[in-house]
Design a protein around this ligand. Sequence first.
Ligand SMILES: [Zn+2]
Length: 294
Amino acid sequence: MRLADSILTQVHTGHRKLTERTWSKGSGDRRTRTWPEAAEKSQLRGVTSVCNICGWRGRGFEGVKHSESALCPVCGSISRDRFLYWCWTQRTAYDPRAAVLETSPRMGQLYRDRMAERVDYTASDYDESAHKAVIKLDLQDMALPDASVDVVLTPHVLEHVPDTGRALSELFRVLKPGGHVFLQIPLPQARTMVPTEPEYHGDWTLVYFRFGWDLADVIRSHGFACDTLVTSELRDAAAHGHCWVHDGPDCDVDDLVAGADPAAMTVIADAAQAERHGFQPGYQFVTFDLHKPR
Ligand SMILES: [Zn+2]
């Protein structure tokens, strides 16, 4: 083995051992600590991409720049998972005792185990699920006590719920004062619409609503404060009229950007952060931060 390779192997082993020690010690903000599994598979040179969920570092995510792609090879996150997680870690202080509910997480058991080491974590699903440690939950009728949850992470679920208002009322009820809901949905055009033909997502769940920017006002009408979190790329596009080319009926990007109000957006990731963590293209990354007043 060449000397340079040998040194690199030693550095890699040292990095992995240090990560294991740091993880098991459990100090600091564990939401941003690297998993030992990620240290094992990370590159140390020429890194362009970093997973903000598991800490994996490498030369590009797998797949293309799309909210449903750019896969992390360790935790299995796609880019919209990482954006939701980013919003949570940027907008709330770390509390290892925080009761965090995630509705229908895409990622599997390793992710759920690591989350349970980071916070008081519960995953829920609407359907009976094969995963262990999952509770069955209907957002419109949540079997949880009042003011019992600190944070709800809800990726791409609300568009599949028939009664938006009931779901928002239930989220408000179960949230503790001062708590947050990070609500992520696809935003295919500027104003909320009911699909004109039956529309399904990949897992064959029916879409009841194609939400638009006006969802923020609906959220506020249920008692929440609400911020619309975006990347700087999307805010700048809304301010200066730049637009993307998007083929296909799933998104009318011209309408989405033309109907956006840059003053109503809160930038949560700059261009460098979006590039590093794969929050691109900008128009596919919108998350609402619902905050229950104290
Ligand atoms: Zn990852």
